[in-house]
Design a binder for this molecule. Structure first.
Ligand SMILES: *[C@@H]1O[C@H](CO)[C@@H](O)[C@H](O)[C@H]1NC(C)=O
Ligand SMILES: *[C@@H]1O[C@H](CO)[C@@H](O)[C@H](O)[C@H]1NC(C)=O
Ligand SMILES: *[C@@H]1O[C@H](CO)[C@@H](O)[C@H](O)[C@H]1NC(C)=O
Length: 316
């Protein structure tokens, strides 16, 4: 009994002593560039909360005109007014964008192209992590539909404006979970439920495959593209039950804050001299390793073709 107590005490003291360094380890890299971006135009999807909001805040602080594109315009407005007050930059705007509905994506792009003659940075930040078997308005499996197809269409619709504004950048949020992903070509419409909730991982792999393919296709246009793993962040993804919440609170001490989670996106959006690394994957503000599946050019090409078909677009 005493031995167990002793053991427990040592484990807890060890944890207590080492926690701050473990915490620091998980905090990861910091975006060190001091580049200012006055007058540059930025679109960030899902920037009403979490990492997207912190990314928007920092870009606004550096002088950009920032469009927060999100589904819930009221939440977007409250984030925008907080950022405006915080950064003294009045150029923080909110526009409606529902990535689970291609009509909404087209309406957003049309409105944006009508009001802005330039676009320098597009950050495909929004993401859903759904374990249930749901579908988008257009009938796509929801994780793939929002995280991949929605951003695919958005990027397609805005690419000309990016090219006209070159040098310009497209930053995509992927995730380390892509290592568990696989592209199931015959299941894009969610014909069969994915097992074990891996749909999110599949969609994150799709994001990476697109990095490769897009980078190839836009080579020489002055637009470059980067994929980002933000780290494991204390965001809103897992707050459902009380128990989960309690566990999450304890556990989340070790996770990145949203500000820390925004660093790699900022690095890819801002750091100078990153152009030769177009198409690559970054984590903790450094280039990092992707799974062999994410390096498969043939799957990347096929995914590109199938995505165009599903969306009814011609993207050569
Ligand atoms: C970003 O995602 C879009 C849509 O999925 C894709 O077209 C593009 O290639 C991706 N870029 C990166 C760097 O992942
Ligand atoms: C895949 O594409 C990359 C980038 O264009 C290229 O460097 C690589 O050699 C290709 N891999 C294969 C197996 O063709
Ligand atoms: C994708 O489409 C292009 C053009 O239609 C075609 O040449 C290519 O073979 C297709 N790639 C795959 C892997 O399906």
């Amino acid at each position: 009994m005493l031995a167990i107590l002793g053991l427990l005490t040592s484990v807890f003291s060890l944890l207590y002593v080492t926690a701050p360094s473990i915490r620091k380890f998980f905090a990861g890299g910091v975006c060190r560039t001091t580049v200012q971006v006055p007058g540059k135009v930025v679109v960030i999807t899902g920037a009403n909360t979490g990492i997207g909001k912190e990314t928007a805040r920092e870009l606004a602080r550096r002088g950009a005109r920032v469009y927060i594109a999100c589904r819930d315009v009221l939440k977007g407005e409250s984030a925008a007014s907080e950022i405006r007050a915080d950064t003294k930059n009045s150029q923080v705007l909110v526009r409606k964008l529902d990535l689970s509905d291609t009509r909404s994506i087209r309406a957003f792009a049309e409105g944006f192209l009508a009001e802005e003659k330039q676009l320098h940075i597009l950050i495909n930040n929004a993401g859903v992590m759904m374990f249930s078997h749901s579908k988008t308005t257009d009938g796509f499996e929801i994780n793939l539909g929002v995280n991949h197809l929605g951003h695919f269409l958005l990027t397609y619709l805005l690419l000309e404006r990016l090219k006209e504004s070159a040098p310009a950048r497209v930053v995509n949020l992927s995730s380390v979970t892509h290592h568990l992903g696989k592209i199931h070509f015959h299941n894009f419409r969610g014909e069969e439920p994915y097992r074990w909730g891996f749909a999110y991982c599949h969609s994150k792999l799709a994001n990476l495959l697109f990095t490769r393919e897009l980078a190839k296709r836009i080579q020489g246009t002055g637009v470059t593209t980067y994929a980002v793993h933000p780290g494991i962040v204390r965001s809103e993804l897992a707050r459902h039950s009380f128990l989960c919440c309690l566990f999450w609170r304890l556990f989340s001490y070790f996770l990145k804050s949203v500000q820390e989670g925004a660093q790699t996106s900022l690095h890819c959006a801002l750091a100078e001299g990153l152009e030769p690394l177009s198409g690559k994957y970054f984590s903790d503000c450094k280039r990092t390793w992707v799974s062999p599946r994410a390096r498969d050019n043939k799957t990347a090409q096929r995914l590109w073709n199938v995505s165009c078909e599903l969306l009814g677009i011609q993207w050569e």
